[in-house]
Structure formats: structure tokens, C-alpha cells
Design a protein around this ligand. Structure first.
Ligand code: ATP
Ligand code: MG
Length: 425
């Protein structure tokens, strides 16, 4: 049969989450929600679009804002953006609602960046993330990183490298930017052309470049670690000690400055060694002590991370971990009379906490049994003329041939199903 091309397709860089993949998707989100709520974080959900200013504050010269952001005017000509990341929106919410601190929140949902699509890189992608707002205590940095680690552990991946750095405080950054700017200027001709433009305005962002010409220059660049103020060094030391105490292996990566403007002190990334390096970062985060003030709120420190759900599942695929959960249908009701028994029984099974489904359209016994088997249900309840006349139901165990088929009175079928499924109350 030839297939006619559809008029409409998903936009480039987006995907449908189809039923065959959705159970795994929901399961991974549940793993994350459980890990986060066990650590005292609560769900927050912010709008998918915001005033464009919420995001331009995080760094107009960054790729995320300057090149990748979906911006539009609404019908009243207000400048809006589809959110490209989570932290700025959560900080906007904090500045708006002024909740008591510590404010520990987690989120999950779609984010939008106009990037060149490839494996693990989409225009609509999904993240879950956490933000812990209100304290500068380095033990919170440890708690946040440990939580990312727990999620990776819980989905069963272990080919993971944790990279950690400190960007220090304002004093550190000023001193370092000066030294880095001087270094980059003396090598400007060896840098990739795209990156040359950033040398004077945003020298630290040159370190974040993925272009190889630039990377071979920045290998030799001065390292921020040598510029940390005494206070910044003490903070970083406590973070390193905490990770060591929790037995979370990490390496220090002095070039890890990350793409956004707002980071101070701790920055970190979890990279999957099982994925191609162009999309190996499954999670990135850091501390942003100036961001809330920048968004009009009271000066409040915070730290968080964002984890790419598609990337995380790719890493799971590469390590053959976190298989899709099995079917959820427990009982299939097969009715070869007029369908009334299927109608009534599925309804009351569901009322009694049993996941039940059935066929429609008065299909043949064979067709209904095929559906029952395909559903991977454990039990088929079968009703023919004889069962209707005798007010009974035949129970067939689809995956346990030893039990085979038993016939029970209609009045006790729910209790019998609950017993067989181990659901007795
Ligand atoms: P990359 O360096 O891979 O572009 P990033 O530094 O831009 O990542 P962040 O802004 O830190 O990414 O976002 C956090 C996480 O979200 C990333 O580590 C990644 O797992 C995921 N992510 C970011 N952009 C995309 C995208 N376009 N498609 C899929 N996942 C993405
Ligand atoms: Mg990016």
C-alpha cells in the first residue's frame, strides 16, 4: 500500500511523544519528582512564554538569548519569548511572589531554542530542574549536585563524569576577566572568527566555545582557580569536601564557565561518556547569586540545575538502562454477546482499582482474544451466551497456563480478580 505524504508534519526540531514511548517518559519524570520531593523540593510551573526581558537579563550576548530564542510580539505588540531555559523564569516568580526562604522548587516541561536539530538537540526539548533559593551555604551546592547524581543513579546510568568549577565572586570575575582578555588578545588570530567578537565584550564566553581552533587556544588560557578570592576559595573547598564526603566522584574543570551570564561560585555539568561529545551534557547548573536582584527582586542567592530529558533517555539507551515499564492493563473483558457485560464489568473493575479495557464493535472471539493478548493483560474475563444465562464469568489467566481457565459466579468475579492480582484489600 503506498502511503501518501501528509500535508502537515511536526515542525523541524520537534517531535510527537507517541503512546509507545510515553510510559517510559512518564516514568523518568516520576523518578525525578520522587528524588526532588524526598529532598524537600516542591513542584513549580511557570508559563511557557514570558516577557522577553526575563531572558535578556541572563545575557544578551549569549547564544541562548541572542541566537536561539523564539521571540514574538503578541497581538497587543508586547515583546514575548518562548522560554529557552528554566532558571530565569523561576527567579522571576521568586521576585514576583517574594516567598519565605529557603525556597526549594523543582520543575519539568518544554523549553525552546532555535538550534540546528540533530541527535539529542531539538528546538522543543524538555528539562527537569531544581532551584534552591535563599542561602549562600555551600552545603546547598552539595545538596543540589547530589540530587542530580541521585537522578542519574536512579535511572541506572553510570558512565557519567561530573565536572565542577568555581567562577568565584564579583571580585574574582573582574580580576580574571582582565587577565583572560589580555591572554585572548595576544592570541586573537588563532581564535575561530565567531569567537573573536567576544574577546572584549565577554571573554569568559570564549572558554565555552565548541569550535576546535578556539579550544586549542583556550587550553593554555589562565585558569579562574588561580584568581579566586579567599572567600570564594573557602566556599569552593567546602563544596569539594562535601562531594567527597558523599562519595560523589568529580573532576575540577577550570574552563567550565557555562553559557549564561548569571553564574557565580559553583558551576557543574554531568556528562555522559556513552554519548557523542556534541550532546554529551545531560545536566548543567550552578549558583547565581546576582540573578534575582537583576530581575528586580531582593538580593537573594540561589543555585540549581537543568537536566535534558531527551539527553538523559539517550544516555539510558546507550547504557541499555531504564527499560520502558510493562503494560498497565491488568484485565481484558471479552464479551461475545451484545457487549452489555463488557460495558458493565469494565466500569466496575475500574471502580475497584483494577486497570481494565475491552474491545468494541462486537468483534469475534478470536479478534477480542488477540486484543487481550496484545494488551499484555494478565487476565481475560470471558462472557458468552452460556455465561450470561448462568450468571457466571470465565476467568482465563493469559500468562499462567497452569491455572488456565476457571468459571466463577458473576457476583464474585471482582473479588476473584482482586485475589488473583494480589490486590485484596
Ligand atoms: P549544550 O552545550 O549541549 O548546548 P547548554 O549548555 O546550552 O547545552 P543548558 O542551557 O545548560 O544547556 O541546558 C541544560 C540541559 O538541557 C543540557 O545539559 C542538555 O541536557 C539540555 N539541552 C539544552 N539544549 C538542548 C536542546 N536544544 N535539545 C535537547 N536538550 C537540550
Ligand atoms: Mg546550547
Amino acid at each position: 500500500m503506498s502511503k501518501k505524504a501528509n500535508t502537515f508534519q511536526t515542525p523541524i526540531g520537534t517531535r510527537d511523544l507517541l503512546p509507545e514511548h510515553s510510559a517510559r517518559w512518564e516514568a523518568v519524570i516520576e523518578v525525578f519528582s520522587n528524588v526532588a520531593s524526598r529532598a524537600g523540593f516542591s513542584l513549580i510551573d511557570t508559563p511557557i512564554f514570558e516577557d522577553v526581558g526575563v531572558f535578556t537579563r541572563i545575557g544578551e550576548g549569549t547564544d541562548v538569548v541572542g541566537k536561539e530564542m523564539y521571540e514574538f510580539l503578541d497581538r497587543s505588540e508586547r515583546p514575548m519569548a518562548l522560554r529557552p531555559e528554566g532558571t530565569a523564569a523561576v527567579c522571576r516568580a521568586f521576585a514576583q511572589h517574594r516567598p519565605p526562604v529557603p525556597w526549594k522548587v523543582y520543575y519539568r516541561g518544554p523549553y525552546f531554542r532555535y538550534e540546528a536539530p540533530q541527535a539529542g538537540r531539538f528546538r522543543q526539548f524538555h528539562q527537569f530542574g531544581i532551584e534552591s533559593i535563599g542561602s549562600d551555604d555551600p552545603d546547598i551546592d552539595v545538596e543540589v549536585i547530589a540530587l542530580g547524581w541521585k537522578v542519574l543513579e536512579a535511572v541506572g546510568i553510570n558512565q557519567i563524569e561530573l565536572l565542577v568549577n568555581s567562577m568565584g565572586d564579583q571580585e574574582t570575575r573582574n580580576n580574571y576577566q582582565e587577565a583572560l582578555n589580555a591572554f585572548l588578545k595576544s592570541h586573537v588570530n588563532d581564535l575561530d572568527e565567531e569567537d573573536r567578537k567576544k574577546v572584549d565584550t565577554h571573554p569568559m564566553r570564549v572558554l565555552d566555545s565548541k569550535r576546535s581552533a578556539t579550544q586549542s587556544v583556550t587550553k593554555e588560557a589562565p585558569r579562574i582557580n588561580d584568581f579566586l578570592s579567599a572567600e570564594a576559595e573557602a566556599h569552593f573547598e567546602r563544596v569539594r569536601d562535601g562531594l567527597t564526603a558523599l562519595k560523589i566522584p568529580f573532576s575540577i574543570e577550570p574552563r567550565l564557565v557555562r553559557g549564561l551570564d548569571y553564574y557565580t561560585h559553583t558551576t557543574f555539568e554531568f556528562q555522559s561518556l556513552a554519548l557523542d561529545s556534541a550532546q554529551s551534557t545531560v545536566c548543567g547548573g550552578g549558583r547565581y547569586n546576582g540573578l534575582i536582584e537583576e530581575l528586580g527582586g531582593p538580593a537573594t542567592p540561589g543555585i540549581g540545575f537543568g537536566m535534558g530529558i531527551e539527553r538523559l533517555l539517550l544516555a539510558c539507551d546507550a547504557e541499555e538502562s531504564f527499560p520502558a515499564p510493562g503494560s498497565r492493563v491488568q484485565v481484558w473483558v471479552v464479551d461475545v454477546t451484545d457487549g452489555s457485560s463488557a460495558r458493565d464489568l469494565t466500569h466496575s473493575l475500574r471502580d475497584h482499582g483494577v486497570t481494565a479495557d475491552r474491545s468494541f464493535d462486537q468483534r469475534s472471539m478470536r479478534s477480542q482474544m488477540r486484543s487481550a493478548n496484545r494488551s499484555e493483560a494478565e487476565i481475560a474475563l470471558i462472557i458468552g451466551e452460556e455465561e450470561v444465562n448462568e450468571e457466571t464469568v470465565a476467568i482465563r489467566m493469559l500468562r499462567d497456563e497452569e491455572i488456565g481457565q476457571i468459571v466463577v459466579p458473576r457476583s464474585s468475579v471482582i473479588a476473584e480478580v482482586q485475589r488473583l492480582l494480589g490486590l485484596e484489600l
